[in-house]
Design a protein around this ligand. Sequence first.
Ligand SMILES: [Zn+2]
Length: 424
Amino acid sequence: MDVDTPAEELASALGVDKQEVKEDLESLLGYSVPLEEAKQSIRRKHGGEGGSDAAQPESVALDEIAPGQSNVTASVRVVTVGTRTIQYQGDEQTIREGRFGDETGTISYTAWQDFGFEAGDSLVVGNAGVREWEGEPELNLGSSTSVAMAEEPVETAAEIGGDSDLIELSPGDRGRNIEAQIQEVETRTIDGRNGETEILSGVVADETARLPFTDWDPHPEVDAGASCRIEDVYVREYRGSPSINISAFSAVTPLAESVAVTDDAPQLPLAEAVDSGGLFDVAVVANILEVRDGSGLIERCPECGRAIQNDQCRVHGTVNGEDDLRIKAILDDGTATVTAIIGSELTEEIYGGDVADAKEAAREAMDKAVVAETIREELVGGSYRVRGSLSIDEYGANLTVADFAGDDTDPVARAQAVLAEVDG
Ligand SMILES: [Zn+2]
């Protein structure tokens, strides 16, 4: 849009510098203020008391900010502040990120330098950029952005500070604080940016949920069984479920009282669980339609644990395969199907024997497939209550089973039991 002509008209009408009017006009149009409204607000700025002290353009409401706008000025309340180091154009850079709020809603932000603000501060942010992040507008605070304390507190409905129950966390959350029990933890060595690095990974729980975590800068307080307050974590998606990330900027404080944890996983229809994109801990009640090939007595690569055939691992080549038991079963509850992956311990219970028993049965029948056949007879057609971790990838929906039990609330099983009694 040509702003020269309206800027010139306006400047001569107001008797002020054209360049200044033009910049204000461009800035207002930049955040989608209609031309007439923009001209009016510039008239107001230069009219009345004849003062030109209010050099700031008017603040825009957070729910009016859209990707593609620039030079945005907004009055905001700092809801959360997280600190993180990222790789940016080959350099390690420390950024601040979180959410700002006002009366109309909240917006996420990334600050490329430390402006020194904290959660709860009321600010006027000037000349911020807007970019799109995960489909939503995000304010970008760079070297040309100004940050000043607001004269009055900015009201927002958002809860200040980032304290969160685990169930509230979603991928993309930054600057959150949790209080949780460390249920499982293991040390792992990874090939990081700076060579081999030790990290911690495991599971945390509170009264609302259990979630996986990674501590990228191992804190000694993150210890199995400990209850901790962990400030400034960020949340990423891991196999479709939220995963907590603890960094060098996180503060971990042991709690004197242990955090109560949930024993239950949310029970969902399969379709809902699959639609969620993956869940770390979910319970379903479903029928087993089929026990798939690759069940029963199988061989695994001793290096990586992958299931192999004919002593060939696709990563490690020819290896001496180790015998193991597992089940891959198709679960269906009428809303969707998933593949349940049942590990050796539960498979032993279902099969009613261990690897040695299975090998013995296979030798007698001169056919490994008899093991899967026994399992098939045991499981197919029954209804089960299954709890585990659901992941969705290009190969489909897989539920890695942690708990497995016959479902005593199954109507068919109940009906059959009743019939059996009647017949008896
Ligand atoms: Zn292997």
